[in-house]
Structure formats: C-alpha cells, structure tokens
Design a binder for this molecule. Structure first.
Ligand code: FAD
Length: 490
C-alpha cells in the first residue's frame, strides 16, 4: 500500500450519513476520483481534498471549548459549521450558568463550595441517574474552569451576584441574559488567532469509515454552492447540538412533543444520525428535557423578582422559583400558552434589559387595575382577581400556601404587566452514547475509532450551557491526548 501525504492510495472506504443507506466505495486521494459504486449517499466517489489532525463539527459552546483545549495542547483544529456564523443554540440561550466555587464569585466576596464539594454533595444521586458518573464529575470540575478562564483570560464581566440571594452562584455575562456572544466571541477570536481554520456554511453530511469501521473522514456539502468536499481527519468531534428540531426524531422518541413548536432550526440531530449510520449507540432518547417559553428569559425572572404564571383560566401554575417547571405544568394542564404577571419591581430590576427586549417583540400588556388587566388579556376577571389576591395575601404573610415559593415572594402592586408565553420544545436530553473519554461507542460499548462527541448531541451529560462547554473542554483534552499532544488529562 503506497502512501501520499499520509493518505492511503488503496483503501476501501464507506460513506454513511444523512442520506439513506450506507454506500461502499473505493476511496481515492486528492485529485483521484473513486472508482466504484457511488452508492446512495449524495456526492459521488470519495475524493479527499483536505486533511487535518482534528476536525470539530459545530461551533456552539461544546465545539469552541474543544477547540480551545486542542489549541492549548498544540493542535490546530479545522472547525466546520453549517451556518453562516458561529454560536449554534448556545448563542440563543439565556446564559444563566449555576456554577459554584468560581473566581468570579470570590472576586465579589462570595465563598462557595468547591467543585469537589459540589460533586460529593450530589454524587450518589447523579451516579444513579447517569451511565458514566465520571463524565458528570468532570462537567462540574470543568464548568468552574471554563468560568475562570472566561473571567481571567478573556476578561468576561458578570452581572453582580447577590451574596444574600439564592442566585449567588448564577453566572450571567453582563449586562444580563441573552448575551452569550460575550462568552463565545473570545473563544472564536482565540481560535482564529491561534491557527484554527473555520469553514462556515459547510455541512457534514456523512462519516467516512474504512473496512474496520474506523472513522477516517467526513463528507461535507457547501450550503451555498451545493458542492461536496471530503475531509480526511485523524480525529473527529461531533459537537453538532441536539435533535429537538428534527420532526421525525421527535415523533419517534418523544411523541408527546410532536405538535409543539420549536425555537431553533440548527438542532437537526445531524451528529446523532451520522454516527448511528455507522453503528453508534444512543442513550436517554426517550427522556424528555423540560419545555420552555418561546422567550426563554421569562422563566428565569421568577428567581429574581416577584411574579406569577397563570393559565388561560387565570389560575396560578406553579412555584415561580422553579424555572424549569412552568412550561411543563402548562402543557400537562392541556394548554399551549400562559401569562406571566409582574410589576415594576421586575420591569426596572436586574432583568430590565430582557423585559425591554420582550416588550419590543410585542404582546406585553400594561394595566393599572386587575379589571383592566383582565380586559386586555381576556383572562376571566373573577379568577384573576382571586389568584392575585391569594398570592398577595400569602406573600404578605410570608407563606406560599399553594406552591411553597420562598424566593422573590412579594405582593404584586399596580401597574401590572402581563407577558404572554407559548410552550415550546427547545432542547433534548438524549443523544450518542460515549465513554469517559468522550469516545462514541457502539451497542456493545466498544469505542468507534477516532469518533468523539461533546455537547448536546450526546446523551451522557446534560445539555445545559455550562455542561456542554465543560464536556467540550474534556473532549478537546482527550483528542489532544489521543494525538499525542498536551498533558494526559485527569
Ligand atoms: C432558545 C434557547 C434557550 C436556551 N436557554 C438555555 C439556558 O438558559 N440555559 C441552559 O443551560 N441551556 C439553554 N438552552 C440549551 C443550550 O443552549 C444548548 O443545549 C447548548 O447550548 C447546546 O450546545 P452545543 O454546543 O452542544 O450545540 P449548539 O450550540 O447547538 O452548537 C451546535 C452547532 O453545530 C452546528 N451543526 C449541526 N449540525 C452540523 C453539521 N452537520 N455540519 C456542520 N455544522 C453542524 C450547528 O449549526 C450549531 O452551530 C437553550 C436553548 C435554546 C434553543
């Protein structure tokens, strides 16, 4: 077997991906076309025209933190993104990262538990819930490291922590929610200025494997010209996000969500489907994550300011402190929308910026009386009155007799504001199975050579922003180590 630039000249390769069945073709090298069946995967015979040590697919938090670690270890990754710009769902997130024991907290005089203490406190419960507890431990440790690097190396500013409040460990990039580009932009700039190559508007559509089912490359398609390009890579990281917007996958795994609208269009399960086509196992696919408001910050406000969520029948929905609960409760009650009723404490408070953004989008109602509020929202007056009066009575007494709310529990005062929300699906829990080195595994638990996953396309850890970043960091370290670079990760 002769070699040219490290590329085997006679090597039988197979494409498997977002097309239908896998196709067997004979692979060529740069400038040589394949010489057999083009199969059912689009793009014809395999022809590698680019090669890299490490290929990262996806530029959300997971992909960008993997890039950071690879670069620090001396590897210059090639980074592929199907969209015209970086960010994925990560850039759409509220950006609230509940993480304990960071330097940012310490700088504001908050002494919190260390990552090790956090892990010890939750270890037993998490070890029962997750298949690879070590990955969960690592997300806790690495999330702190991500925040510390953002703070110290990239000078990210955080909104002030209130040391007396429950939210004293909620890291939100200043000036407030929905500023996640402030987290991602420094990572992109770091990668660009340290030799990483980004290719945008180019979608990975198939993995390329050899006869031993080892991944050796990826077929891509330019989203503007439609042209195909085959990239040879020693290691490939799938950081392609989740599958919440892929209608067929949702219908199959989470049929109760089938009719719900979604808020994102990039999360099509590409990584999961490409890896499944070469035998990768999946995990937790039927485990739903929480549902959400179509304007996500709405559910976070309840941690900071007084407010109530009410159903279209004007009944209160839940404990507003429980941010991941309201949309599910509304859905369970058979409704698709709800109103959030608040007052000037929220409108002029710490989340004034996102309230203004929501107001500009339209539909927010202001009223000086409960009667006016009912008239403008079409909520039934008698029930609305009863709901607000009960909430206010409980708040004044300091005891929520309905839902046990403890934080931001203050009587509502006029003028009232009502913010409409729609129930949406916005993220999934399930995804690829992998081992503690982020190697994608098959149904027997055996790693598929050269294939890694991180972020919300894998189902071993949670799809929260800080967790995808933390696991991306781990994947980057593991790939670097597998390439013989960097120090051996712990
Ligand atoms: C509206 C909204 C609000 C959210 N709010 C929160 C929140 O407040 N807190 C929280 O913890 N989580 C939140 N989430 C969830 C969280 O943001 C995501 O789970 C997480 O950011 C996913 O990160 P990721 O890096 O895995 O994927 P993403 O950030 O989605 O990045 C994946 C990238 O891969 C690209 N890609 C996909 N397939 C291909 C392909 N075939 N070829 C090339 N590129 C590809 C995509 O275009 C995308 O850029 C929110 C999600 C949404 C949609």
């Amino acid at each position: 077997m002769s070699k040219s630039n490290g590329i085997n000249r006679r090597e039988f390769l197979r494409l498997a991906g977002l097309g239908t069945a896998a196709a067997v073709v004979a692979g060529g090298v740069a400038g040589c076309s394949a010489n057999s069946d083009e199969g059912t995967q689009p793009g014809g015979g395999i022809k590698f025209t680019k090669q890299t040590d490490a290929l990262i697919i996806g530029t959300g938090g997971a992909g960008l933190w993997a890039a950071y670690e690879l670069i620090k270890a001396g590897v210059k990754p090639l980074i592929l993104e199907k969209q015209p710009s970086w960010g994925g769902d990560t850039i759409l997130a509220c950006g609230v990262m509940p993480i304990r024991g960071t330097k940012a907290q310490a700088q504001q005089g908050i002494q919190d538990q260390s990552p090790e203490q956090s892990w010890q406190a939750s270890k037993d419960a998490l070890s029962k819930r997750y298949r690879v507890p070590e990955l969960i431990r690592l997300t806790i440790v690495n999330a702190v490291r991500c925040v510390d690097i953002w703070t110290e190396e990239f000078k990210v500013q955080w909104t002030a922590f209130d040391k007396n409040a429950y939210t004293k460990f909620f890291h939100i990039p200043a000036p407030g929610m929905q500023n996640d580009h402030k987290l991602l932009e420094p990572l992109v700039n770091f990668a660009k200025s340290n030799g990483a190559e980004f290719i945008f508007e180019t979608m990975a559509i198939s993995l390329i494997v050899n006869q031993k089912n080892e991944v050796v490359g990826v077929r891509t398609q330019d989203q503007v010209t439609g042209k195909y390009m085959d990239i040879r890579a020693k290691k490939i990281l799938l950081a392609t996000g989740d599958w919440v917007s892929h209608q067929e996958m949702v219908a199959r795994y989470l049929p109760k969500w089938e009719g719900l609208p979604m808020t994102t269009y990039t999360s099509m399960g590409d990584g999961v489907r490409m890896a499944q086509a070469i035998g990768a196992a999946v995990t937790r696919m039927e485990e739903p994550s929480n549902l959400m408001s179509h304007f996500a910050p709405t559910v976070v406000w309840g941690y900071y300011n007084t407010m109530i969520h009410v159903l279209p029948n004007a009944k209160r929905v839940n404990n507003e402190n429980a941010l991941h609960e309201v949309a599910d409760k509304v859905h369970e009650a058979g409704y698709e929308d709800w109103w959030t009723i608040c007052d000037d404490e929220l409108v002029n408070g710490v989340h004034a910026n996102t309230f203004k953004t929501r107001e500009k989008a339209g539909g927010v109602v202001k009223a000086n009386t409960i009667e006016e509020l009912a008239e403008k929202t079409y909520l039934p007056l008698a029930q609305l009155k009863a709901t607000i009066e009960k909430y206010n009575t409980d708040a004044k007494a300091g005891k929520d007799t309905e839902f046990g709310k403890t934080t931001a529990f203050v009587a509502l005062k006029p003028p009232y504001y009502a913010v409409p929300s729609r129930v949406v699906r916005y993220k999934t829990n399930g995804g690829l199975s992998m081992n503690d080195k982020c190697q994608v595994v098959d149904k027997a638990g055996t790693p598929i050579a050269n294939l890694y996953a991180a972020g919300s396309c894998q189902g071993e850890t949670t799809p929260n922003v800080h967790d995808v970043c933390a696991i991306g960091m781990h994947a980057g370290q593991q790939i670097a180590a597998a390439l013989g670079k960097g120090k051996t990760p712990t």
